[in-house]
Design a protein. Sequence first.
Length: 320
Amino acid sequence: MRILVVGGAGYIGSHVVKALLDSNIKVRVFDNLSTGQEINLFQTAEFIKGDILDSDALLNALDGVDGVVHLAAKKAVGESMEHPEKYAQNNITGTLNLLNAMVQQKVNYFVFSSSAAVYGMPKETVLDETVPVHPINFYGFTKLEIERFLGWYDRLKGIKFISLRYFNAVGYDETGAIKGLEKNPQNLLPIIMETAIGQRESFSIFGNDYPTPDGTCIRDYIHVSDLASAHVLALQYLTQNNQTQILNLGTGRGLSVLEIVKKTEELLNLSLNYRFADRRHGDPAILTASAKKAKEVLGWEPTHSDLENIIRSTYRVYQS
Ligand code: UDP
């Protein structure tokens, strides 16, 4: 099997590439290196520098490929509300280019990196895949739109897909194989780490008056190596069952912002400089996944996602 990993030089993409290589699957990475980084590339994977807005480059990259994992997307929620046009062009137009190139090249298996952002502000706190989808930001809208296009491409063109709705991706490969740090991170863990290594003076905790035990938001933090293994299983499932699925990827366990901050201080034996700030617009109090369906369908279970491992694996990369 040869798999094209679109966005394979990025944070999640590089972990997916490693998991595929570790499973003896041949990998070709396609990435424009806008946020992906050369340092995340593996010598044992082919690399094509290209952009998903370039249809000819995609047709060329798809030559001889059995399936595609697509992770090339813009993902900053706040930016998506300020510059929806960038998100429309990259996440929607770019993905449609990719799907159209797949139709032309007769590549029928597609693993899509979707997001819990498709759910918006659900009234449920534990989300399974039947919870209604109502994105409240443009980023989440782009992910949902692509899932809907995929439904049609499945029916009309036989593209079988697995859409993986990630919860909060965190952590780094424990063998230290992936070293690229995200530039200008907006997410909690990298911001805590930048503070821990002294690159950032302090950070804010957005809200301490939520209806949760300590007042801070609760999320489902899933180790990126666990996310990566789900992509391998998804490709194996597609080739064996030729069937489309939409799956949440989370642990089912909720952790509050303060719990993460305190555990980081304890494990790294340091004191983090933070303050409580206003709630961030659009943040639900609690979001956790039901991981039941992914287990039933793929036999997938997180094995790297305990908090200590998440913190230590991330810190190691930040420290070096
Ligand atoms: N958060 C925070 N301070 C920050 C960044 C994030 O308190 O500087 C909180 C945020 O409000 C949310 C949680 O950390 O409750 C996770 O946020 P992140 O942006 O990492 O992921 P999201 O859940 O928005 O996808």
